[in-house]
Design a protein around this ligand. Structure first.
Ligand SMILES: Cc1cc2nc3c(=O)[nH]c(=O)nc-3n(C[C@H](O)[C@H](O)[C@H](O)COP(=O)(O)OP(=O)(O)OC[C@H]3O[C@@H](n4cnc5c(N)ncnc54)[C@H](O)[C@@H]3O)c2cc1C
Length: 270
């Protein structure tokens, strides 16, 4: 059985800034990382490989430099790594992205039974959390979102039981395979690659599939197949901060000043 981990290479958002003139992300010189939630998706796939002997494929759609993310996956122990890269895939919104990822998974399933697809809950750049459910919908797989624990898998009976993390409660759900999970950080602790694995991954092949391989109608992918687009991006304006008084030297006086200021702004109930 094959487990597919979907991983996206994203800019390290702790270092991203917005260009105040063009209102676009300044990407130059920003390091790229594997989307943090996707490192948990990868880890879970690898734990299932350790427990059940499943094979693991890592899948990423992106520009040629997204190969770096797949090399990291190879260094961690995935069996194959596939980069979906073609100019016609570019400019995709979440609908077009999930169509291409689903088509690639369908193609993998022609060779080997796919039991599970594991995605992160969301990315730290697009942040929509739409791609996982979009893939599941297109493939007709069960979708189990916000998973924080895989309770049990019965490969022979083709069933899975997971715990979902909801607000203020958990939910245990049992479902048939094949299933797509979207996962949260609490699921596991991602492993680090060993030095020999890291060195070996430099030589390991990353397959590149373009649209000559997937043969998708260009009207349904990339920019042409994207019914949504970003019309603007901006940081919300914030009032400049102000330091009141001398909190360390005169905490009581400072607290008094703060109360006065809050009362003046009508921010304290009397
Ligand atoms: C309205 C809109 C317009 C956009 N227009 C453009 C554009 O013109 N040009 C452009 O470059 N980008 C564009 N994007 C961004 C791009 O479409 C998204 O980054 C992409 O669709 C994934 O969405 P997301 O980052 O919100 O993923 P989410 O739905 O938050 O991701 C959930 C999970 O899906 C999986 N996943 C997501 N994307 C990938 C991927 N590429 N490969 C493998 N797994 C993945 C990961 O496991 C991830 O954790 C646009 C996004 C939106 C919302």
């Amino acid at each position: 059985m094959l487990v597919v981990a979907c991983i996206k290479q994203v800019p390290d958002t702790t270092q991203v800034q917005i260009d105040p003139v063009t209102n676009t992300l300044v990407r130059e010189g920003i390091p790229f990382i594997v989307n943090p939630y996707d490192t948990h998706a990868l880890e879970e796939a690898l734990q299932l490989k350790d427990r059940f002997g499943f094979r693991v494929a890592a899948l990423s759609m992106g520009p040629p430099n997204a190969e770096a993310a797949l090399r990291k996956a190879l260094a961690l122990g995935v069996d194959e790594a596939i980069l979906l890269s073609d100019r016609v895939f570019g400019g995709a919104d979440t609908l077009a992205t999930s169509s291409v990822l689903a088509a690639a998974i369908r193609r993998l399933a022609e060779e080997e039974e796919v039991g599970l697809v594991i995605c992160g809950k969301q990315t730290i750049d697009g942040d929509t959390a739409q791609v996982g459910p979009g893939i599941a919908t297109r493939l007709g797989y069960t979708q189990l979102t916000l998973v924080d624990r895989v309770e049990e898998i019965d490969p022979a009976g083709r069933r899975i039981r997971v715990r979902r993390k909801l607000e203020g409660r958990h939910e245990i759900v049992e479902a048939p395979l094949p299933a797509l999970l979207t996962v949260v950080r609490e699921l596991n602790r991602p492993r680090y690659p060993t030095v020999p694995m890291r060195l070996a991954s430099d030589e390991a092949p990353v397959q590149v599939w373009n649209n000559a391989v997937l043969k998708l109608d260009e009207q349904g992918i990339g920019l042409k197949g994207s019914p949504t687009w970003v019309s603007g991006i901006f940081s919300p304006e914030r009032e400049k901060g102000e330091i009141i008084g001398n909190g360390v030297g005169d905490p009581e006086g400072t607290a008094g000043l703060l109360i006065e200021r809050l009362l003046a702004k009508d921010l304290l109930p009397l």
